[in-house]
Design a protein around this ligand. Structure first.
Ligand SMILES: Cc1cc2nc3c(=O)[nH]c(=O)nc-3n(C[C@H](O)[C@H](O)[C@H](O)COP(=O)(O)OP(=O)(O)OC[C@H]3O[C@@H](n4cnc5c(N)ncnc54)[C@H](O)[C@@H]3O)c2cc1C
Length: 401
């Protein structure tokens, strides 16, 4: 069997490595001209995603990427910096090697692409997928440069604004705007008190949410989500990074002073935000020999911190299905059946958390902060998120239709 994978973000290279381990050939086609060093800021990889990397032999390479820092504890603070509670990802008791990790997005993509190549997968850059035909016995992909490629199966790992999704179903719903913009970066400034070791801080500010963490080398990683009417990329860019920086300094001026300090010390280039979207209940993740994984199939809200880990889980489960079920169409259906329930649950949980970030009315903010103390206490006591973090995929266990 031969597989075409569209997109060399996170899910694409993972699927390629897992398919190689399953004895299946694949070629990854990526629209950009090279691996993604320098794109975006950073993201979190949770124990469930890290365990897949471990199974595939990629964990050490990811842990060794520049800037990677353990982040398995989260402190929740109100706008004045008062502690509302603390949660662990559970890895301190279970598997210390799988402690949640903050990683630079570009470094992660480059490391995964390198690993995929080292495992014998082929990646072709500068190949923008346009459309495809399923002939019943093969799939033919067409690219913007006029070239084509043929395989037994085509997988769209092409992210939130997937073209493969549109090829499966031109009437597919589009991603839903969360009501928030987000932006983040890191700074080597030492002007704030370092966070406790391996601990991220989530601050529910008066007019926006702020997370930050000091890495062991002293760099401070930060990200913000703030309520804002939807803007497209052109409108965001037109306003300019310096204007956005000023707007964010104003927005966080009345919160604990460290927040404005971190923003003030950060390079202005970081400050072009992006809309935060999610995508749930996509009617068709597959059609015939064409399937979707990662954000292309289900963009989980960024408040869940699970987007990358879901794309990683998808990649390995897809490979298991194609390995164990000879008929490609049945294999893709089995993949959907095994993934939909878990992903839907994470989307619901992420949307619930996201709503807490959009509150700006002072009364609602006070009530939220009071309720958060109780909720965090209950979650900490009952290991409330263990169903997310403790999930493990057994690569060797056979898949049945
Ligand atoms: C601000 C922000 C913060 C986030 N924080 C976290 C976090 O803390 N933890 C977490 O787990 N997740 C986080 N995520 C989500 C995470 O980044 C995504 O869920 C994840 O990258 C999805 O992986 P993917 O492989 O499906 O898609 P992507 O990583 O988006 O990769 C898609 C790839 O496809 C390529 N492509 C697109 N169109 C085409 C085409 N037509 N032809 C060829 N190639 C194409 C793209 O260039 C890209 O390389 C965050 C996202 C955002 C926006």
């Amino acid at each position: 069997m031969r597989v075409i994978i569209i997109g060399s973000g996170i899910g694409g290279p993972i699927a390629a490595v897992a398919l190689r381990k399953a004895g299946i050939e694949s070629v990854v086609y990526e629209a950009h001209d090279g691996p993604g060093v320098g794109i975006g800021a950073f993201l979190g990889l949770a124990p469930n995603g890290l365990s897949v990397l471990d199974t595939l032999g990629l964990l050490d390479a990811v842990r060794a990427t520049p800037g990677a820092h353990v982040s398995h504890l989260t402190e929740f603070l109100d706008s004045a910096g008062r502690r509302l509670g603390q949660l662990s990802d559970g890895s301190d008791q279970l598997e210390p090697r799988l402690r949640s990790l903050g990683v630079r997005r570009g470094e992660l993509q480059a490391a995964l692409a390198e690993a995929a190549r080292a495992h014998g997968a082929h990646i072709e850059y500068g190949k923008r997928f346009v459309d495809c035909d399923d002939t019943g016995s093969a799939v033919i992909a067409r690219f913007a440069d006029g070239s084509t490629a043929e395989a037994d199966v085509l997988i769209g790992a092409d992210g939130l604004h997937s073209r493969v999704r549109a090829a499966i179903d031109p009437a597919a719903p589009t991603p839903r705007y969360s009501g928030m913009l987000g932006v983040g970066g890191w700074t080597s400034s030492r002007s704030v008190e370092p966070t406790p070791p391996s601990t991220g801080r989530m601050v529910f500010g008066r007019r926006g949410f702020f997370l930050y963490q000091s890495a062991p080398d002293g760099d401070v990683y930060w990200g913000v989500n703030f309520p804002h009417p939807e803007l497209d990329r052109a409108a965001i860019a037109e306003r300019g990074a310096a204007t956005w920086k000023r707007e964010l300094l104003d927005r966080y001026a009345d919160d604990m002073p460290d927040l404005a300090r971190i923003l003030a010390d950060s390079d202005t280039d970081w400050f072009l935000p992006f809309g935060l979207y999610d995508l749930a209940d996509l009617p068709h993740w597959t059609r015939g020999r064409i399937g979707l994984i990662g954000d292309a199939a289900h963009a989980v809200p960024n408040s869940s911190g699970q987007g990358a880990s879901m794309a990683i889980e998808d990649g390995i489960v897809l490979a298991k299905c194609l390995r164990d079920i000879p008929n490609p169409e049945e294999a893709l259906r089995a993949f959907v059946a095994s993934r939909r329930g878990r992903v839907d649950r994470i989307i619901t949980e992420g949307r619930r958390r996201g709503k807490l970030k959009t509150l700006t009315n002072p009364v609602a903010v006070t009530l939220r902060d009071m309720a958060m103390r109780a909720v965090l206490w209950r979650l900490a006591k009952n290991s409330g998120h263990s169903w997310i973090f403790d999930h493990r995929v057994d690569f060797d266990a056979p898949v049945r239709t």
